[in-house]
Design a protein around this ligand. Structure first.
Ligand code: ANZ
Ligand code: ZN
Length: 866
């Protein structure tokens, strides 16, 4: 995921781009063709805010930031392909964002409709949600923000909701995408199957139509409906409010209420009828007419903006009913088991919200399971024209227009005679005009509206006078397709050529989990749309619906910084308020008391920020990269603790010492597998008869076998970890272990030790590229770069022959463990009694075994054979 050019690289960036670079370098070494691109998510509000604050154009601010962050990134030694660099604010890029808009427009997937926006009446400007504080005031002018209806552009993502939902299943396979992202997307799409049910209305003195329709997922609870509730924006409410000032006054109090409030208003002179009331077997209670409320908890933009209130079986309905009718009993129409199906009324029930069995209150359905009963009721009502089975989605169409300057202008021209006319391809890009004075004067609002040269234009259809659309696109539009542009970043005619698109989709996409919903959903939608055009290779019939932009998604955890807290008042301590003379026991300077250590999200107010550039210049880039990976699995929060880097630096130092020493031995030696195959079997057993020289030989053989076996095993486990990506921390710890073995097995054959070092260097190259390069040149002075001359290690197939020639054998005498003795490995042909006898003899043949278990010891020979 490309960064927003805020101007400073933080540790979160460092973490994600290190992970990505490690994955890319691993695949490069493996011989894969790798593309690791980098770009800038360069449009958006922060640049515009900065521009107003500083009185400089947002473009300049952004360019400076990009240059600065690029130089900071360069230090990280990533293998980015800068020839593919892009910035979404570059006309060469947004020309194609505009083209994408036009393609969607032509396909009927971009449309204009009225929508509510935040309006600042002092600055006379539309505000983004981020610019409105929690109490509903403008961040800039401090004015109380108003809701205003304006014409806005939408992308019809709802058209793709089925595909977006269905294809999540293929992404979930084999953990290609993290489970929590899949479930968040599912919730966001929010598919609900249920029914629209009509409640006939009786109204005195109002002509409001025959019925109110509600959406319900639980038709089985119909017998338990005790009221109807309408959203304040329901058309019936608007109509009644015209003649009911009290209702209007109530409506005026609603904006700004917390979403879970249960405020309501009982509508006078109007009641509803349960559609089941017409059925003969319906209990009398259900035949009673129903009160109708306006209720704050009913959403205007979901379902029909109306609910059937079932206090007995829905938590929200229950709370509302209790608040508005103190004494009325709650009706129970279903219960957990058939035995309870006689329960009818209850004064203080917990609402039973699950499926179960219908009670007496459900007339002819008594005793039936609620799922079956619900379906039957809907069929019955459907026949009477009172219900329709239906599916609702939580997903709304994507509002993409912003009344802002710093974004891609919407390529539409408004003409009085022709309406909204698309800008012809050859007139793209619609360039953002320079409006330098605007920033200098710190004016509010969208400067595009007050730039006549921009607004006044000619209608492409009739050549008459026309106005350009002054809205720009949401930055999520830029990021919905940028990854595809990397395939062909300099194509000026197309978003990318179909030929270049053959490298799509993206194999591995890495980024923060904060993008689990919006960005990833929009990107999936746009990619699915592109798959219907000639730009992307036409998927075959069976694949048609599974066009997905990112085959694998890796989400990395946050980086938390170390904070020191004064336990007396819970305040975060500034650097000069904490005494770190003993880093393990920090103290509060003022009181001398121990300070509390905690890891928290990095922020200025907690004094726990870390400047990556400062850190890398202090410790070096490779140790920083290894430290970042070593401290936590990729998906977990990383508690950044500077002092812990010492483990990494010690490891690198140790390894370097080994490499320097081994570089003196011959570069070429017999490949390990051949070496072990050619090694003659050891004739003598490890017994008291061994000479000193023989003993040394045995030790040498043991250690080189163990070392190469460890090397082979680590190649396997490290490869697995690189493939999985999440356990990159284990790669570092495995490499540390293997390095320790190299140090430990000093007596092993030089050639085997050198080959082990050589393997370690290649295994670690993705993580510490410069260090590996340096070591590689020591071991192979004439070969050139490790990334060009070396390949990633693969097991050489020697593992099966690398059995230890000696084994540790636990000795039990008469059922009690008496010690262990090292004996030669018995030949695999021995079995049963023969094997046991062989082992007993082998034990007694050793010096240690003889003295402990022979004639002078337990005398194993005469012991009961167990
Ligand atoms: C009666 C009922 C009884 C309901 C019961 C639920 C449980 P999901 O699953 O999220 O789609 N509902 C419908 N429209 C609503 C609106 N505009 N604002 C607030 N709530 C609304 O939720 C569907 C359920 O949410 C519907 O099923 C309806 O309440 C409520 F024991 O109908 B139900
Ligand atoms: Zn026209």
């Amino acid at each position: 995921m490309f960064p927003y050019p805020s101007g400073t690289l933080h540790l979160g960036h460092l973490r994600v781009y290190t992970i990505a670079d490690v994955v890319a370098r691993y695949h490069t070494l493996k011989g894969d063709k790798v593309m690791l691109p980098m770009g800038w998510d360069a449009f958006g509000l922060p640049a515009e805010n900065a521009a107003l604050e500083r009185g400089v154009p947002p473009g300049g601010w952004t360019k400076t930031n990009i240059a600065k962050m690029k130089s900071q990134l360069d230090v990280m030694n990533g293998s980015w392909d800068w020839s593919r660099e892009l910035a979404t604010c570059d006309p060469e890029f947004y020309k194609h964002t505009q083209k994408l808009f036009l393609m969607l427009h032509e396909a009927g997937l971009a449309y204009q409709a009225e929508a509510e926006v935040n309006y600042d009446p002092i600055d006379k400007t539309v505000l983004a949600n981020e610019q409105v504080d929690a109490n509903g005031f403008s961040w800039r002018s401090g004015a109380k923000v108003e809701k205003k209806k304006l014409k806005q552009w939408f992308f019809r993502i709802s058209e793709y909701s089925e595909d977006l939902l269905k294809d999540l299943d293929s992404l979930a396979k084999d953990g290609a995408w993290p489970e929590h992202v899949i479930s968040q997307q599912k919730n966001w799409l929010g598919k609900s199957t249920g029914a629209l049910v009509k409640f006939p209305i009786m109204a005195i003195g109002h002509d409001i139509g025959a019925a109110i329709e509600v959406f319900t997922t639980r038709p089985d609870t119909l017998f338990g409906v005790q009221y109807i509730a309408l959203a304040s924006s329901h058309p019936v409410v608007a109509q009644l409010a015209k003649k009911d000032p009290e209702l209007q006054a109530f409506l005026d109090t609603l904006p700004g209420l917390p979403p879970d409030s249960k405020v309501g208003y009982l509508l006078p002179h109007i009641r509803g009828v349960n559609p089941l009331a017409y059925h003969d077997d319906t209990p009398d209670a259900t035949k009673e007419s129903l009160p109708i409320y306006v209720a704050s908890y009913v959403l205007g933009d979901y379902g029909e903006g109306a609910v059937m209130g079932v206090p007995g079986h829905d938590t929200r309905d229950h709370a509302f009913w209790r608040k508005h009718t103190a004494e009325q009993p709650v009706r129970i129409v279903l219960a957990a088991s058939e035995d309870e199906s006689t329960t009818t009324f209850d004064n203080e029930p917990e609402p039973f919200v699950h499926h179960g069995y219908m009670t007496e209150h459900s007339g002819v359905f008594k005793g039936k399971h609620s799922k079956e009963a619900g379906e039957m009721m809907i069929r019955m009502l459907e026949a009477a024209g009172l219900a329709t089975p239906t599916t609702k989605w939580r997903l709304r169409d994507w509002l993409i227009s912003r009344q802002r300057y710093w974004g891609a202008p919407i390529p539409i021209v408004h003409c009085d005679s022709c309406g909204s006319v698309p800008v012809p391809d050859e007139q793209l890009p619609v360039l953002l005009p320079e409006v330098d004075n605007h920033w200098a004067q710190g004016k509010a609002g969208n400067p595009l509206e007050s730039t006549p040269d921009f607004v006044k234009t000619e209608c492409p259809k009739c050549n008459g006078p026309a106005r350009r659309d002054t809205d720009t696109m949401d930055t999520f539009v830029d990021s919905s397709w940028y990854y595809a542009r990397f395939a062909d970043p300099h194509n000026s005619n197309q978003l990318f050529s179909p030929e270049a698109a053959k490298s799509l989709p993206v194999d591995i996409y890495i980024g923060g989990v904060e993008h689990a919903i919006l960005h990833l959903l929009y990107a999936r939608f746009i990619y699915k749309f592109l798959a219907t055009t000639s730009l992307l290779p036409q998927p075959s019939e069976s694949e048609a619906l599974s066009a997905e932009p990112f085959k694998r998604l890796i989400t990395q955890g946050m980086v938390h910084g170390k904070t020191y807290i004064d336990p007396e008042n819970g305040k975060f301590l500034k650097p000069d308020e904490v005494d770190l003379s003993d880093p393990l026991a920090p103290r509060v300077v003022a009181t001398g008391e121990p300070a509390t250590i905690a890891f928290e999200k990095m922020s200025k107010s907690k004094y726990n920020g870390v400047d990556p550039t400062e850190f890398t210049s202090k410790y070096g880039v490779d140790p920083t990269r290894a430290h970042l990976l070593f401290q936590a699995p990729v998906a977990d929060v990383l508690n950044w603790d500077e002092s812990k880097i010492s483990g990494v630096t010690r490891w690198l130092q140790k390894l370097h010492d080994q490499v320097v020493a081994l570089a003196k031995s011959p570069e070429e030696s017999l490949p390990a597998k051949e070496y072990f195959a050619a090694r003659p079997p050891l004739s003598a057993s490890k017994s008291k008869k061994l000479s000193a020289a023989e003993k040394e030989e045995v030790l040498k053989r043991d250690s080189e076998t163990a070392l190469w076996r460890e090397t082979q095993k680590k190649i396997e486990s490290i490869t697995r970890s690189y493939e999985k990506i999440y356990p990159l921390n284990v790669v570092v710890s495995d490499l540390m272990t293997l390095t320790n073995e190299l140090v430990q097995y000093k007596t092993a054959d030089e050639g085997i030790r050198r080959q082990t070092a050589d393997t370690i260097i290649r295994l670690m190259a993705p993580i510490t590229p410069a260090f590996a390069e340096e070591c590689w040149s020591l071991l192979h002075p004439s070969k050139g770069s490790i990334f060009e001359s070396a390949s990633f290690p693969v097991p050489d197939g020697s593992l099966s022959m690398l059995k230890a020639e000696f084994i540790n054998c636990a000795v039990q005498v008469n059922g009690k463990l008496r010690g262990t003795v090292t004996i030669p490995r018995p030949s695999s042909g021995l079995k049963g009694d023969a094997l046991r006898d062989w082992i007993v003899n082998a034990i007694l043949e050793t010096e240690d075994g003889e003295s402990r278990f022979g004639e002078g010891g337990y005398n194993v020979r005469s012991a009961r054979r167990t």
